[in-house]
Ligand binder design. Structure first.
Ligand SMILES: [Cu+2]
Length: 284
């Protein structure tokens, strides 16, 4: 997974006010390709990438609070596709091989989920995070999903899938499972004691997940579901389908500690444990 960081070389100079108001541009391609699980099972997929080549670990768009960005969303497939940022009540259609331009700005730190307006394409992988951050802050991104080949194949053929029979058997963070999650610098939290670290979690799947931290507690600083969650300091964070949740972690001790889905089925891949949602925090 890559990340698009819109940064300004002159941020700390006297030109920063001008630079901060400058508008930047980013191109995000909706690509189709083949998703490979950790045991080499494959299935058709969509992804949002910073280039026109498909990568199953959809890329994140990050910009600084107070800046605005022009997001060119390019449909690099041969059928018309929808898009939506539910939190902003933004949605629309992009004809095949065409694009739309979205101008986004935020005066406060916030993360949004950019997905399809329809469930099928979102489930196939058209879903990522767009986030406004404080300059020079430490941010990591966990796009949490689960996969069932039968569901993917049905939805990819525009057939209905009976979600009552949903029984996913692959569970990923940024399109990867353990042990590959720790090789993703966007997902794998690395920091130092006393750092302020923000972990942006989006549940872009269909199941509820419950993410458990060993060794540390985090504070909820954003929840798209309920303001009641804000300020809670815990070690386990439930996250509903479609929910965006941002955690603040200030590590008090060094070490390498696991983070995983507390539902142990979600720590498997094709039935093999622990090849699902499992990663480690590395604090020095
Ligand atoms: Cu645990």
């Amino acid at each position: 997974m890559k990340i698009h960081r819109i940064c300004f070389l002159l941020w700390l100079s006297s030109a920063c006010l001008f630079q901060a108001q400058a508008q930047s541009s980013v191109r995000l391609f909706l690509n189709e390709g083949t998703f490979y699980t950790v045991d080499s099972t494959n299935m058709p997929a969509l992804a949002l990438n910073l280039s026109a080549s498909f990568n199953q670990t959809s890329d994140v768009v990050e910009f600084n609070v107070g800046d605005s960005i022009h997001l060119h969303l390019i449909n690099n497939t041969n059928v018309s596709r929808s898009y939506a940022i539910q939190a902003l009540s933004v949605s629309g259609q992009i004809p095949a091989q065409d694009s739309v331009l979205l101008t986004l700005k935020s005066e406060k730190t916030v993360s949004w989920i950019l997905s399809a307006a329809n469930e099928a394409d979102s489930y196939l992988g058209q879903s990522t995070m767009i986030t406004a951050i404080e300059p020079n802050s430490s941010n990591f991104y966990w796009n949490i999903r689960e996969h069932q080949v039968e569901a993917v194949l049905a939805l990819n053929q525009q057939q209905n899938f009976d979600w009552a029979t949903y029984n996913p058997d692959y569970f990923t963070i940024n399109g990867r499972s353990n042990p590959e999650i720790n090789q993703d610098p966007v997902a794998r939290v690395v920091g130092q004691v006393g750092d302020t670290i923000f972990i942006h979690m989006a549940n872009t799947g269909r199941s509820i997940h419950s993410i458990h931290f060993h060794g540390y507690h985090c504070e909820v600083v954003q929840s798209s579901r309920s303001a009641l969650e804000l300020g809670r300091v815990k070690d386990t964070f439930g996250i509903y389908p479609g929910q965006m949740k941002v955690l603040r972690l200030v590590p008090h001790q060094s070490g390498e500690y696991p983070v995983h889905d507390h539902n142990l089925v979600a720590v498997t891949a094709g039935g093999i444990y622990p090849n699902g949602m499992f990663t480690t925090l590395l604090i020095q």
